[in-house]
Design a protein around this ligand. Structure first.
Ligand SMILES: [Zn+2]
Length: 284
């Protein structure tokens, strides 16, 4: 029975002055690989589902995904938590909670601060009453293919605002904007670690770093000692998944009968090798 809450894992990360790893998964192959890699390395892990990966119910749905992850988590000894990534839709969040998500993200980062604060508090009040945790976002983590998003310090998280935001909303963790961005980077990012240190000094709330695909390891190692307790990886991990599927299908196209079932093994092996290397960054 190793299914735990995200906060349990974040507390362990904080105690070890490091970050827990959180991976965006889309199906059994990805979620199972993450949980198996965690068990092998004896490192706690967070499995995330991104609503953008469920816009067509033929791909996956929160209702199908949550029980699958909980069932897999309960087969291992290492702590595994489940989290719904970025949603700005309160109704969607309510439905995810009803499906069994014990942690959700409310992303109001595109709104003016006061509106973000008000909405986040509303989601937190609703979720906490149901025993569910909430990750918020303050400042705006943009898109890596747009360098302006990465370098626009106006969108970075302000330490003073973070202090008030976390206190007033009661959020369980907060994603900060300090120079990372979502997707593949055109230019190597440079995290604003001074700002991170100031945010960390301003609040006790665990901090989350998004846009984890392509930040150099030395910067991550520093950030992980400065209050980042949850590190989100999506693009790199899913990119490897799709690449491995395509390569396997191409190499075995003359034996289609075996492709579908047999493919899971080499694909999960490739994902596990990547996860093994990435998860070493977490010193838990
Ligand atoms: Zn994100």
């Amino acid at each position: 029975m190793a299914f735990v809450k995200v906060s349990d894992i974040l507390k362990m990360a904080d105690k070890a002055h490091t970050s827990a790893m959180a991976f965006n998964c889309v199906d059994f192959n990805t979620a199972h690989s993450v949980i198996m890699a965690a068990e092998k390395l004896q490192k706690p892990v967070i499995v995330m589902l991104y609503p953008g990966h469920c816009t067509d119910s033929r791909w996956t749905t929160p209702a199908a995904f949550a029980p699958m992850v909980i069932s897999e988590a309960n087969k291992v000894k290492v702590p595994v938590a489940l989290h719904m990534d970025h949603s700005s839709d309160f109704e969607y969040i309510k439905a995810a909670i009803d499906c069994g998500f014990t942690s959700v993200m409310y992303d109001g980062s595109m709104l003016p601060v006061e509106e973000n604060l008000k909405n986040t508090k509303m989601v937190v009040d609703y979720a906490h009453a149901k025993g569910v945790e909430v990750e918020a976002e303050l400042g705006w983590v943009g898109f890596a293919d747009n360098e302006k998003d990465q370098n626009n310090t106006d969108m970075y998280t302000s330490p003073e605002t973070a202090k008030r935001f976390c206190k007033e909303t009661g959020c369980d963790s907060v994603a900060v904007a300090i120079g990372s961005a979502h997707g593949y980077y055109n230019k190597t990012p440079k995290l604003d670690l001074d700002r991170l240190q100031q945010i960390n000094a301003a609040t006790d709330t665990p901090l989350v770093l998004h846009g984890g695909s392509g930040i150099p390891d030395d910067q991550l190692e520093k950030a992980f000692t400065m209050g980042i307790n949850k590190f989100n990886v999506g693009t790199e991990f899913l990119g490897l998944y799709f690449k491995t599927v395509v390569e396997y299908a191409e190499a075995n196209k003359h034996d289609p009968k075996h492709i579908i079932l047999d493919m899971a093994i080499p694909v999960q092996d490739a994902l596990m090798a990547y996860l093994h290397q990435k998860m070493q960054l977490s010193k838990m």
